[in-house]
Ligand binder design. Structure first.
Ligand SMILES: C[S@@+](CC[C@H](N)C(=O)[O-])C[C@H]1O[C@@H](n2cnc3c(N)ncnc32)[C@H](O)[C@@H]1O
Length: 206
């Protein structure tokens, strides 16, 4: 709940109308965003089995008109399009190729001027202070086939490699959480960058 509240409070949602929370689980983030920002319409994207739990939570919060569930598998399909894509505690579940695949799919799902928010228990860049992040990474290495936590610098580098610009990192709830919001920039600004071909492919601008 703390992270959802922080994302609702710290991010400038006034510029956006729609969001998709990828791996939304019960729907804590979508419900919080729609509760605080009445102009937003949002979706939780998750595996089909999650649908009843998500819809029950959304209904309990009286948000069924603005928060819906989209069943899907991010390994098998593209992400639904929206102004903002949120991925919380998703990237750390997977190995590096899957992390980069998820960032690429998120990049493709937002319009020019859209944003992607990623949050995990990110490790400090020197890998010396954030014991929680380091232990979380060890936990992921034990519990998953290739998952690991990463530093803010790692995440920023992968985002830059994907084509994102204007990357910010900020703390969320607690001492250890960080978030990175990465906007696609305008067509003119992006002309020298790798995102140019995607940006000029006829997709709508915001
Ligand atoms: C660790 S939970 C994260 C929940 C929430 N976003 C948070 O911040 O706490 C990971 C979520 O990803 C979903 N998930 C796992 N594999 C998925 C896939 N292939 N496609 C879509 N969602 C998936 C799980 O069902 C689960 O809800």
């Amino acid at each position: 709940m703390g992270n959802a509240r922080a994302i609702a409070a710290k991010f400038d949602w006034s510029k956006y109308k729609t969001f998709v929370d990828v791996g939304a689980a019960q729907g804590c983030v979508p419900v919080q965003l729609a509760t605080v920002h009445k102009h937003l319409t949002g979706f939780g994207f998750d595996l089909p089995a999650v649908k009843p739990v998500f819809e029950e939570y959304v209904a309990a919060n009286r948000l069924t008109d603005r928060v819906k569930f989209i069943a899907g598998d991010f390994f098998k399909q593209d992400l639904p399009h929206a102004d903002v894509i949120v991925m919380g505690h998703i990237m750390h579940d997977w190995d590096l190729p899957a992390k980069k695949m998820l960032l690429k799919k998120a990049y493709n799902a937002v319009p020019i001027g859209g944003a992607v928010i990623v949050y995990d228990a990110m490790i400090d860049n020197d890998r010396r202070e954030n014991a929680f992040g380091l232990m979380m990474s060890l936990n992921m290495l034990i519990e998953t086939t290739g998952g690991f936590d990463y530093t803010c610098a790692d995440g920023t580098g992968w985002m830059q490699e994907t084509g994102f610009r204007q990357i910010h990192t900020e703390p969320l709830a607690g001492r250890t959480r960080c978030w990175s919001a990465s906007s696609r920039i305008s067509r003119i600004q992006s002309a020298p960058c790798r995102i140019n071909s995607a940006a000029t492919s006829g997709r709508k601008t915001m």
